[in-house]
Each structure stands twice: as structure tokens, then as C-alpha cells.
Ligand binder design. Structure first.
Ligand SMILES: [Zn+2]
Length: 75
């Protein structure tokens, strides 16, 4: 039997959340170590939050920033 799950949808900025292969997922040329550390943290946090929600029965969806921009960012 189908049980309805609660739904959470995140809108992720392509830059901060590292949308792979995306036009907006750029890396600044200066301070590569600083950015790598920052991005690693935000990715780890995304995974953590998603897993916590999944574990408590939420369905988690992601909408990327580029999907909300028209139409250049659409892939
Ligand atoms: Zn994107």
C-alpha cells in the first residue's frame, strides 16, 4: 500500500552546491584551496541534510538554480 511521504524540495545554487557539468558551476581562479574547502563543506552538508531527512521518512527533491533560469541553463 502506498504511504504518502512528506516532501522536501531544495533549490540549490549551482555554484555553491557544485552542480556537476553545469555552466554555472564555476571555480574562482584565485584562492583554489579556500574554495575547495568551502565547496567540500557545503557538499558534505547537503549529503548530511538529505540523509537525515530520508531517514525520517521524507522524500527529498532537488531543483537546480539553472533549471529556474531560462533557457540557457537548462540541460
Ligand atoms: Zn546547474
Amino acid at each position: 500500500m502506498f504511504t504518502s511521504r512528506r516532501t522536501a524540495v531544495f533549490v540549490h545554487g549551482c555554484f555553491w552546491h557544485r552542480h556537476e557539468g553545469c555552466h554555472w558551476c564555476t571555480t574562482p581562479a584565485s584562492n583554489p584551496e579556500f574554495w575547495a574547502a568551502k565547496f567540500a563543506r557545503s557538499r558534505a552538508r547537503d549529503i548530511e541534510v538529505r540523509e537525515a531527512l530520508n531517514a525520517s521518512g521524507w522524500w527529498v527533491g532537488t531543483v537546480w538554480e539553472c533549471g529556474l533560469r531560462s533557457p540557457h541553463g537548462l540541460r
